[in-house]
Design a protein around this ligand. Structure first.
Ligand SMILES: *[C@@H]1O[C@H](CO)[C@@H](O)[C@H](O)[C@H]1NC(C)=O
Ligand SMILES: *[C@@H]1O[C@H](CO)[C@@H](O)[C@H](O)[C@H]1NC(C)=O
Ligand SMILES: *[C@@H]1O[C@H](CO)[C@@H](O)[C@H](O)[C@H]1NC(C)=O
Ligand SMILES: *[C@@H]1O[C@H](CO)[C@@H](O)[C@H](O)[C@H]1NC(C)=O
Ligand SMILES: *[C@@H]1O[C@H](CO)[C@@H](O)[C@H](O)[C@H]1NC(C)=O
Ligand SMILES: [Fe+2]
Length: 468
């Protein structure tokens, strides 16, 4: 009986001398969407096509390569032989000054009877902020391919920046619609905060890892041009002792690199980055986080390092949500909430994004840190120091929508709906960030749920009624 005691028991709470009145429960959208199960696009689909030519680089993706945004990790796969691990790059404004990053690494792995192609990772460093770069991979062949990206502006408190948010994407026809809506949205995301569950290759017999390859080719049209900030989900575990696969996260960690050492982390599954005016902390729901564990120790030391005068917006990504009123995965995030929620409130985290549940949900600013098992204070209460919790696991994967909600809708839940979609977060300055959720069945420009969030450090006013 944690969190979700019937609301009738506790309409009025007297807490710390303040009268806290829980307003009417939030919106359960009655939006009618198609109920058909999502199906994966066949290997022969256009989105999975191989770039032409022998050993042509494929599955190109980039992510931030350092703590502040002056480095980019470029990754790609060559199928036939290792080929070159060099990236050639240049700033658009100085096309005659070509640079080569030659510190690339090549790795391969086996999974049951699958053998990967040659996976390349090359971290290109000392880039200029706020600059457009072109880059080429596969340079030793006639099949070199060219892409481009923008580096973020220098870290600073009032730097506007727009993040896209996606989770649980998979590779169904619906996944393709989600990605298309993100691309076609007039709100232009500059980097994606991805909350875990990428390919769903583990849905196939023996976790057919060629579905990791097809996902890499599918996502390339976005991941090659803007950094995706990766969070590990349960579908990244690929733990299958029955076929001798006992090393968790093996395919994911070979394919997706993150700059974890730059934030003093000892594992790629939890780390942080600064980007423009945001400080983004990535946690692993599927790694140990109990007291004394490496993740616990890292986070304990990490929060005090966040300087809100430099990066006002403190954002946390994880896969399994702490506040979820869907019956799917109900309370799976509870143990991590118990461990870390007091820190989130103490350090005034602005926003927490999670996935896992294949639906959309946004919470009120609430906390449940008074509860200690014996005192009975088990209902989340309004808390202006607490983050808003957003579940954005509605990317459209093969498992379909999670459309069985707990009833009645708990008061902490401000908006919930089982539809596929993505979200955008437009940071305006140190006090204001405009957030929107976009559903796939609407036009590209439609915002189905929007809020102007107020920063918890610089402008900790109640933003619950700022729904646009
Ligand atoms: C792996 O083994 C399965 C089951 O025996 C088989 O269907 C599949 O074709 C094999 N794949 C490869 C790449 O050998
Ligand atoms: C995926 O979406 C793109 C862009 O809308 C479209 O060109 C392509 O045909 C779609 N592919 C599939 C298999 O749905
Ligand atoms: C926090 O950041 C501000 C702005 O960059 C800087 O002036 C200040 O010295 C920093 N504080 C600490 C404790 O590092
Ligand atoms: C919905 O969830 C409830 C609670 O877990 C369960 O009892 C019920 O059977 C579920 N309904 C459907 C249609 O899955
Ligand atoms: C911050 O952005 C908000 C929303 O765009 C705007 O209303 C406000 O005036 C801005 N604050 C400053 C100090 O510019
Ligand atoms: Fe998941």
């Amino acid at each position: 009986m944690h969190g979700l005691r019937p609301v009738t028991l506790c309409l009025l709470l007297l807490l710390h001398g303040a009268l806290i009145f829980m307003v009417n429960a939030g919106i359960t959208s009655s939006f009618v969407r198609k109920e058909a199960k999502s199906i994966d696009m066949p290997f022969s689909s256009d989105v999975f096509s191989h770039p032409p030519g022998y050993n042509a680089p494929q599955q190109v993706h980039i992510t931030q390569g350092d703590h502040v945004g002056r480095a980019v990790i470029v990754s790609w796969v060559t199928q036939n032989e290792p080929g070159s691990s060099t990236v050639v790059y240049w700033a658009e404004k100085t096309p005659n000054q070509k640079h080569r990053a030659t510190a690339g690494k090549v790795t391969t792995y086996k999974y049951y009877n699958y053998t990967s192609g040659f996976i390349h990772h090359c971290n290109i460093k000392n880039l200029e902020f706020d600059t457009k770069y072109h880059y080429e991979v596969g340079i030793s062949t006639r099949r070199r391919r060219r892409f481009w990206f923008m580096t973020p502006p220098a870290v600073g408190p009032d730097v506007p920046y727009t993040f896209g948010l996606m989770g649980d994407l998979g590779q169904t026809y619906d996944s393709n619609v989600t990605l298309t809506h993100y691309e076609m949205n007039p709100v232009k995301g500059q980097a994606v905060l991805f909350v875990g569950d990428l390919s769903y290759a583990d849905h196939y017999p023996f976790h057919d890892n060629s579905r990791w390859d097809s996902w890499g080719r599918f996502a390339e049209r976005s991941t090659a041009y803007q950094p995706w900030i990766w969070t590990a989900g349960n579908h990244e575990l690929d733990y299958e002792p029955t076929i001798g696969e006992t090393k968790p996260f093996k395919p994911f960690l070979h394919r997706y690199r993150v700059p974890f050492r730059a934030s003093g982390s000892t594992e790629p599954l939890w780390y942080s980055i600064k980007r423009a005016s945001a400080y983004v902390i990535v946690l692993s729901s599927y790694s140990a986080y109990g007291m004394y564990t490496p993740q616990y120790q890292w986070l304990l030391e990490e929060f005090p390092k966040v300087n809100r005068s430099e990066t006002p917006w403190l954002i946390v990504l994880m896969h399994s949500p702490w506040y979820n009123s869907n019956s799917y995965h109900f309370m799976e995030g509870e143990t991590m909430r118990v461990m870390f929620e007091p820190w989130f409130v103490h350090y005034k985290v602005d926003l927490v994004f999670a996935g896992h549940v294949h639906a959309y949900e946004r919470s009120e600013r609430i906390s449940n840190i008074a509860y200690n098992i014996v005192n009975g204070e088990c209902t989340p209460v309004k808390d202006q120091s607490a983050p808003v919790y957003i579940t954005i696991g509605d990317g459209g994967n093969i498992e379909g929508l999670a459309n069985n909600m707990t009833e009645p809708q708990p008061k902490y839940s401000a908006y919930r709906e089982a539809s596929f979609g993505h979200a955008t977060l437009e940071i305006k300055n140190r006090t204001h960030a405009y957030y929107s959720w976009h559903r796939n069945s609407d036009g590209y420009a439609v915002r189905a749920d929007s809020v102007m969030f107020f920063n918890r450090y610089w402008h900790p006013k109640d933003d619950s009624s700022s729904r646009a």
